[in-house]
Design a protein around this ligand. Structure first.
Ligand SMILES: CC(C)(COP(=O)(O)OP(=O)(O)OC[C@H]1O[C@@H](n2cnc3c(N)ncnc32)[C@H](O)[C@@H]1OP(=O)(O)O)[C@@H](O)C(=O)NCCC(=O)NCCS
Length: 140
């Protein structure tokens, strides 16, 4: 039987990744150790909201537990922010399960506003958001 990740089969996820990675508005950023093994990744994209405004979306990030607390997620987020800034998005959005303190702290450290808990019917989450349109010292 095929391994499943939530509602998706591994093959479905691979296929979606292979298609998405070719798109101009989609990036999978990876961090490698000195032997070239992938130890962390982040999946990011550029989307348009209902007002036609471009925004950056951080779908996912994960660092191998053996490599945590050494700045890898921070470096991945910095790289993503450089890409979003270059592509002139107005704001950046990410989501965190309400219980995921490391993720919320990571984004707070980078100046993201953490919303109150919201419920999408399946789980509780916080919206993490950062404005890129104002002067640097007004960004929150
Ligand atoms: C969250 C995660 C990506 C952080 O990766 P990391 O490489 O260890 O993060 P960094 O070393 O860059 O840490 C940056 C900041 O994040 C916060 N942070 C990271 N780990 C933390 C922890 N265990 N507890 C509290 N805060 C934490 C801190 O603010 C930290 O800054 P500091 O070191 O100056 O205190 C990593 O813990 C992870 O992969 N967790 C599982 C992710 C997950 O749940 N994915 C599924 C949903 S998409």
């Amino acid at each position: 039987m095929q391994e499943r990740f939530g509602q998706f089969k591994r093959s479905e996820i691979s296929q979606a990744m292979e298609q998405n990675v070719k798109k101009r508005d989609y990036r999978i950023l990876v961090a490698e150790n000195t032997r070239g093994t992938i130890v962390g990744h982040s999946i990011v994209a550029i989307k348009k909201d209902q007002n036609g405004q471009s925004f950056g979306l951080c779908y996912a990030r994960y660092v191998d537990p053996r490599y945590r607390r050494s700045g890898i997620a921070s470096q991945l987020l910095e790289e993503a922010e450089k890409w979003w800034t270059k592509r002139k998005v107005s704001y950046i959005v990410a989501h965190s399960h309400t219980k995921n303190k490391p993720i919320k702290n990571l984004f707070r450290k980078f100046g993201y506003n953490v919303s109150r808990a919201q419920n999408n019917g399946t789980y509780k989450f916080n919206l993490l958001q950062k404005d890129l349109t104002g002067p640097p010292d007004s960004r929150a």
